[in-house]
Design a binder for this molecule. Structure first.
Ligand SMILES: [Zn+2]
Ligand SMILES: [Zn+2]
Length: 133
């Protein structure tokens, strides 16, 4: 068993693997339904407005967005969430589509690129070549 600090209320609790205590988990589930219903009716919203009108903490809304449980259909992203690699605004998850593609293709490469790069033989020194004038 593992005692960890809850990401939300900062209280230590016995974790079975998660970073959120049971009380907060319950709260997040409730908040999730509140926010989901709000977004359903107000499609083009942003985190600030949602937090104000639903009284759900921004931290929880961002958490739900990052987990991909919520998607805010915001035209410009409102700077709510940014891709963790290229910092482009995104509506859900942690990476934009481009970077998700890059990450999965670089993971494929890593499997084969584990070998050390072969050392190149030293370049022949051409500086000492005599000039014929
Ligand atoms: Zn907690
Ligand atoms: Zn990106």
């Amino acid at each position: 068993m593992n005692i960890v600090q809850c990401t939300y209320c900062k209280k230590p609790f016995t974790s079975l693997g998660g970073r959120i205590c049971p009380a907060c988990n319950e709260q997040i589930d409730k908040d999730f339904i509140t926010v989901r219903d709000y977004i359903y009716e107000h499609k083009h919203s942003n985190i600030d407005r949602i937090a104000k009108e639903t009284e759900v903490s921004k931290q929880i809304i961002i958490h739900l967005l990052k987990e991909g449980r919520l998607i805010i259909d915001s035209p410009d992203g409102d700077g709510m969430l940014t891709c963790e690699m290229c910092k482009k605004p995104i509506n859900t998850g942690r990476l934009c589509k481009d970077c998700t593609g890059k990450v999965s293709s670089s993971m494929d490469k890593n499997v084969t690129a584990n070998k050390k790069p072969e050392e190149k033989p030293p370049e022949p020194n051409l500086k000492g070549t005599a000039k014929i004038s």
